[in-house]
Design a protein around this ligand. Structure first.
Ligand code: G3H
Ligand code: 13P
Ligand code: ZN
Length: 317
């Protein structure tokens, strides 16, 4: 059952984070829905502009509709990830999306507010909610000084003003993470002091953590042992930090890279070990199973496992 992103946030805020997973194909969709069914976790399936162009809009949306039929007990929202203004309008008008992300974080503050507010106004007419982004999600390297580090993170006062002026429904904040497999080089982690300061000014307001893949060391090592060439220093977010972030208002946690690593590891190992096979369905079956296991495990760490029936009672499904 597709619900609004707001309905998921209302249940989750302060208690658990809703996992928001990017999908690009049928195998990821089945693994995602199966994993959340097993864990009894509510979730968000998110589609990037890249996914819309890779699979085609009709195909990627149809895959999600098919997965909904295959897994009728699941409760989830459908979200546009990192949209530009026009793609947000396309998704709002399509009637299929629970929420859209307008990513105007590369613009200056005033322009980001203006673009976000235009999208919010259009979204309101269709009952769609809007995630915006403020700050630089560049990752914080060890060799830059403390002042430079903090300048890259979302400023709490700016966040408060941005939410008031843009009227967005949730905010992606820069709190030390970055996209991809190379987030931290060393002992860094999430900037809890910054998340706490933002929550103090925006109590009860859902914060979104992009770049939340954990980039498990074992996955990187297995990919490289099977012929891959990833930088072995690849690091992600420590999953044991999720609960603390949840208490500070992080309500949506975005994960894409980890799924790509599962796909790559399964396929590299399969074709290394069975070079005579060319039936791609053989590794496909393994990929779906491994991805489902990964998703189920992740929802435990996000504390969303076992919350499905609570959401169902709340939304009346
Ligand atoms: O934050 C970006 C997501 O990981 C989506 O990546 O644009 O390559 O589909 P993509
Ligand atoms: P990762 O690259 O850490 O998976 O982040 C994904 C993301 O933020 C999608 O919006
Ligand atoms: Zn992102």
């Amino acid at each position: 059952m597709i619900v609004t992103t707001e309905q998921l946030y209302e249940q989750a805020y302060g208690k658990y984070a809703v996992g928001a997973y990017n999908i690009n194909n049928m195998e990821q969709a089945i693994g995602l829905f199966e994993g959340n069914a097993r864990a009894e976790a509510p979730f968000i399936v998110q589609i990037s502009k890249g996914a819309r162009s890779y699979a085609g809009v009709t195909m990627i949306e149809s895959i999600i509709r098919a997965a909904e039929k295959m897994f009728p007990k699941n409760i989830f929202a459908v979200h546009l990830d990192h949209g530009d203004e026009q793609t947000c309008y396309d998704c709002i008008d399509s009637g299929f999306y629970s929420s859209v992300m307008i990513d105007a974080s590369h613009e200056d503050f005033e322009e980001n507010v203006a673009i976000t507010n235009r999208v919010v106004k259009r979204a309101r007419t269709k009952g769609v909610s809007v995630e915006a982004e403020l700050g630089k999600l560049g990752g914080v390297e060890e060799d830059i000084n403390i002042d430079e580090k903090h300048a890259m993170l979302t400023d709490p006062g700016d966040a408060e003003r941005f939410v008031a002026e843009s009227e967005c429904d949730s905010l992606a904040v820069a709190i030390g993470t970055s996209h991809g497999a190379y987030k931290f080089s060393g002992g860094q982690g999430l900037h809890f002091d910054r998340i706490a300061a933002i929550q103090e000014l925006l109590p009860g307001f859902p914060l979104v953590m992009h770049g939340s893949s954990s980039v498990p060391r074992e996955e990187v090592e297995r990919i490289n042992a099977a012929g891959g060439g990833l930088d072995p220093s690849a690091r992600g977010v420590d999953v044991n930090e999720f609960p603390r972030a949840v208490k500070l208002g992080v309500t949506k946690v975005n994960i894409d890279t980890d799924g790509r690593l599962v796909w790559t590891r399964v396929h590299r190992e399969f074709f290394r070990d069975k070079p005579e096979v060319y039936d791609f369905r053989k590794p496909g079956v393994i990929m779906v199973e491994e991805y489902a296991g990964f998703i189920a495990g992740k929802s435990e760490k996000l504390l969303s496992a076992g919350e499905l029936e609570n959401v169902r009672s709340a939304v009346g499904g």
